[in-house]
Design a protein around this ligand. Structure first.
Ligand code: ZN
Length: 245
C-alpha cells in the first residue's frame, strides 16, 4: 500500500485520538463508583433483611402485650362484678366468703399478669431500639448510595462530553485520509488496540521491539510513500527523521 509520508504521519494524530477514546471507554468500565455501588447494594439488602427480622420481633411482642392486656381486662371485669356483689351484701354467708377468696386470687392473678406485661414492655423497648438503629443505618447507607450514584453520573457525563469532543475532531481527520489506509489502520487497531506507531531509534513504537538488520534493510529500501508494517506486531510504522534508519 502507498500513501504520502505526510498522510502517513496524520495516522498518528488519528491514533492519538483513538487512544484517548479507548482510555475513556476503559474509564467508563472501571469507574470506582461501580464497585462502590455493588458493595452498597449488598449492604442495603443485608440491612433490609435485618430490618424485617427486627420488625417481626417488635410485632411479636406487641401481639403478646395485647394478649396480656386482654387478660388483665378480663380479670378487672370479674373483680368489679365480685366487688359489686359483695357490696350489695345479699346472699348466703358461704357464697360471700367464696367471693372474698376469689377476689384474693384474682388480685394475685392481676399482679402476675401486670408483672409479665411490664417485662414484655421492657423487651419491646429494647427491640424497638434495635429496629431504630437498623432504620438509621439504612437511611445512612441510602444516603451514601445517592451520593455515589451522583458521582457516577457526573463522571459518566464528563466522559460522554470528552468522547463527543474527540469524535468530532476524529471525523474530518479520518475523512481526509485515503479510505484504504484508514480501513487497514482500523482493522489493525481493532485487533491490537493500536493501528499505527512511530518508528524511532530502530524500534517499533507499537510492540517496542528492535527491528532486525534485515527489517532495517527492507525499510531503508522502501519508498517514502510505501506503507511499512512491523514484522512482529503487523502495525503500520510511521517513519520520521528519528527513525534510526
Ligand atoms: Zn511492532
Amino acid at each position: 500500500m502507498k500513501a504520502d509520508p505526510k498522510v502517513q504521519r496524520r495516522l498518528l494524530d488519528l491514533q492519538a485520538i483513538d487512544t484517548t477514546l479507548a482510555q475513556l471507554a476503559h474509564r467508563r468500565r472501571s469507574l470506582p463508583e461501580r464497585a462502590e455501588l455493588e458493595a452498597l447494594a449488598r449492604e442495603l439488602s443485608a440491612l433490609e433483611d435485618e430490618r424485617v427480622r427486627a420488625q417481626v420481633a417488635v410485632d411479636d411482642l406487641d401481639r403478646d402485650i395485647a394478649r396480656l392486656e386482654k387478660d388483665v381486662d378480663q380479670v378487672r371485669a370479674r373483680k368489679s362484678k365480685d366487688e359489686a356483689r359483695l357490696a350489695s351484701g345479699s346472699g348466703p354467708a358461704r357464697e360471700l366468703e367464696a367471693l372474698q377468696h376469689e377476689l384474693v386470687s384474682l388480685n394475685r392473678r392481676q399482679s402476675d399478669l401486670e408483672d409479665a406485661e411490664l417485662e414484655l414492655m421492657e423487651q419491646r423497648e429494647t427491640a424497638q431500639g434495635v429496629l431504630d438503629g437498623i432504620e438509621s443505618r439504612l437511611a445512612e447507607a441510602r444516603e451514601r448510595r445517592g451520593a455515589a450514584e451522583q458521582r457516577r453520573d457526573d463522571a459518566l457525563a464528563e466522559i460522554a462530553k470528552e468522547e463527543e469532543f474527540k469524535r468530532t475532531s476524529r471525523r474530518p481527520l479520518a475523512d481526509d485520509l485515503p479510505t484504504d489506509l484508514v480501513t487497514l489502520y482500523d482493522k489493525i487497531r481493532e485487533d491490537t488496540g493500536l493501528g499505527a506507531a512511530l518508528l524511532t531509534g530502530g524500534r517499533c513504537g507499537g510492540c517496542r521491539l528492535e527491528l532486525s538488520g534485515a527489517d532495517v534493510a527492507r525499510i531503508r529500501k522502501a519508498d517514502p510513500d510505501d506503507v511499512v508494517r512491523c514484522e512482529d506486531c503487523r502495525r503500520i510504522m510511521v517513519r520520521t527523521n528519528e527513525s534510526g534508519l
